[in-house]
Write a protein that binds this ligand. Sequence first.
Ligand code: PMP
Length: 437
Amino acid sequence: QTHLLSLSLQAKMSRPVQARRLEGIDKNIWVEFVKLAATYSTVNLGQGFPDFPPPDFLKEAFVRALSGENHMLHQYTRAFGHPPLVKILAQFFGKLLGRDLDPMTNVMVTVGAYQALFCCFQAFVDDGDEVIIIEPFFDCYEPMVKMAGGMPVFVPLRPKAPKDGKLMSSADWQLDPAELASKFSDRTKAIVLNSPNNPLGKVFSRGELEVIADLCVKYDVLCISDEVYEWLVYDGKEHIRIASLQGMWDRTVIIGSAGKTFSATGWKVGWTVGPNRLLQHLCTVHQNSVYHCATAAQEAVAQGFQRELKLYGKPESYFVQLPKELQQKRDWLVQSLDAVGMKPIIPEGTYFLVADISEFKSDVADVPDSDEPYDSRFAKWMVKNKGLAAIPLSAFYCGAHKNNYNHFIRFCFAKEEATLKAANDILQKWKREKTNP
Ligand code: PMP
């Protein structure tokens, strides 16, 4: 028995188990805030997903895929993308980009845009390579670059005060071209561009994209272009694809998501579009990790795109209707926030808007020298005490810059009218309590 006991003691592992590449990247804002929202929120404008359904034509396509005659749709399909999906994506993006695309070599399907990003960093970034990331940024870029051995280099969008008391727009947040240029060097391997940008909703103008493109060409740098919100642009703004600018096709991977395109984030169908010389390396990562994505979901998304190609630019097109609906929702939330003095920054695109909480600071005391940025404590207090969930803007900054912009929170307005009304009620009541304590 003593022998058995000592054996079992010996069997307990004592060596460190965590690979070095995971050092410092174990915290994840979504794990924390999704749990808080689930526990306390009555109105969840935190994580970015619609609480309305995808369009009927898409749901019906999925049901047909699952219950139809073709039982092969329950089995593996082509590893780099279900043939009908890569075919229609090549046609669709070929039309948008004005070039002939080969479905087999210029398109790869992924498990959401998230896996597409992961493939890019793993495929292109070597130890010590620098990757430029524009702040504020979708938070996973930083740990993904680090996991690949790379060094993220951050450059901020800087806000300019709006004219004569007007509300700020996401267009007022701009890169300083000289500051951006100072981040490029022969160590730079890639820049990550996210337009329309999560969390600000900024849609980069042609001029802004040209500055980035010129630097990419000058320093021979890749562009990882996260365009998951490509259809969600408002006020007649145009989404410009950086891959269509001079010298950029050859060095750009475009990343898209059916989650955002068709309001079905849980399906996790994403894609990459680009030249074969880049995509072939994404295929290597994909075949050695995920290998294959859910067939029936790909089939349904393929049918969704077939419909959209036929209706391109027409009023019945979902890509025309969805931004109209979301613009209305944006305007409701802008009004609600403006009315109570939580100044919104009007987004030009995406599901999101960022609002200034300065006038609400009296509700949550500042703790000088706290490790946690003020906006994070504010957002936690708000969900616990008001039942309203949002995400602190500091979550979209690197560690060293989290306190530079710590009095903003991000709301998701891709929600049913009733959800936005409930948020408005909470804000109104809060405001009344503040004015008549
Ligand atoms: N990029 C950005 C900018 C996003 O906001 C998201 C989702 N929130 C993703 C990528 C990931 O998309 P998917 O759900 O398709 O993996």
